[in-house]
Design a protein around this ligand. Structure first.
Ligand SMILES: Nc1nc2c(ncn2[C@@H]2O[C@H](COP(=O)(O)OP(=O)(O)OP(=O)(O)O)[C@@H](O)[C@H]2O)c(=O)[nH]1
Ligand SMILES: [Mg+2]
Length: 299
């Protein structure tokens, strides 16, 4: 038997928390590369994705999840359910909250979910760049007192503070196991899903009110021309009404153009190729409230 192989460590780690606390930012920071979309608006992440960290003698598969919150809408219900299921599928749980909102009303529900799993878990207090140590200490104390967490770790995912501490703590709880994913694999997302997410991120960044929440993106075609270093993408943005379609296109097409341009720039970085992006807007009436439409759009 090969003793080196026996010592390899691996594990699945879920990153859960209320919406907008920085779960996806943390995942990208842990991996040192962007696999998850991020925006200042809550409920950006809609589906679980894996990001795979390859360490020296160990591997961690991080699962980014949608924010857990009380909701009644069909789309958000499916998002929250997928986050809650994640707790049961992993070896270790990272619960993350943000320093500016230590008493977020969604926290008790997440704590309750976590308690039921009885798995090694860490509490991360994110966004410590937004406040002082004096404000931080009582938050650390109150969560430590719950006796639920192996450690409480303050970080700033945005500034990259405390990330090594997170990896160190996780490493200490990994168990011997195989490398589940090949060394060059960063994420379990298909290229076309990744592309649709990056477009969705730009919709979240450029549009307001209900528009980000009423938009879904599908990719119809991706054609790679390596000899020209060109990737041609044909994608569709689905909105719920004609008026939303008008807003998304914008005056003289300005909005859709801005979304397309920033999506193209992002994709050029990711694929290290020139991107031709053909983006159109379609009305799929009330898709976020229709089970079959949700399925069709991948939710
Ligand atoms: N100041 C500060 N902002 C942060 C930090 N980490 C994340 N953010 C910001 O918080 C916002 C939300 O970040 P996301 O990573 O999208 O949060 P999330 O928890 O994945 O959000 P959902 O997917 O919507 O649940 C973005 O504007 C981030 O730039 C941090 O450490 N400090
Ligand atoms: Mg997210």
């Amino acid at each position: 038997m090969n003793s080196d192989k026996q010592k390899f460590l691996s594990g699945f780690v879920a990153i859960v928390g209320p919406p907008n606390v920085g779960k996806s930012t943390l995942l990208n920071r842990l991996l040192g590369t962007k696999v998850a979309i991020v925006s200042p608006k809550p409920q950006t992440t809609r589906k679980r994705i894996l990001g795979i960290y390859h360490g020296d003698g160990y591997q961690v598969a991080f699962m980014d999840t949608p924010g857990i919150h009380k909701t009644r809408t069909l789309l958000h219900k499916s998002m929250v359910a997928s986050a809650q299921e994640a707790l049961h599928e992993v070896d270790i749980i990272i619960m993350i909250i943000e320093m500016p909102r230590p008493d977020d009303p969604d926290i008790p529900l997440i704590l309750k979910n976590l308690e039921q799993t009885r798995k090694p878990s860490f509490l991360i207090i994110n966004k410590i760049d937004t406040g002082s140590k004096k404000e931080l200490l009582p938050i650390i104390e109150s969560f430590s007192r719950l006796n639920l967490f192996d450690a409480v770790i303050p970080i700033s995912a945005l500034k990259g503070k405390g990330i090594e501490q997170v990896m160190k703590q996780l490493h200490s709880r990994l168990k011997p196991g195989p490398a589940f994913f090949p060394k060059d694999m960063k994420t379990d997302q298909s290229d076309s899903f990744l592309v649709s997410e990056m477009i969705r991120e730009k919709i979240f960044l450029h549009t307001r009110q209900e528009l980000p929440y009423s938009s879904a993106v599908t990719v119809d075609r991706m054609e790679d021309k390596p000899e020209k270093n060109l990737l041609t993408v044909t994608a569709r943005i689905h909105v719920e009404s004609d008026s939303q379609k008008g807003m998304l296109i914008g005056q003289k097409g300005r909005m859709i153009k801005a979304i397309g341009q920033s999506a193209r720039r992002e994709l050029e970085k990711i694929f290290e190729a020139r991107i031709f992006l053909d983006l159109t807007v379609h009305v799929e009436k009330n898709w976020s409230r229709d089970t079959r439409a949700l399925r069709r759009l991948g939710y």
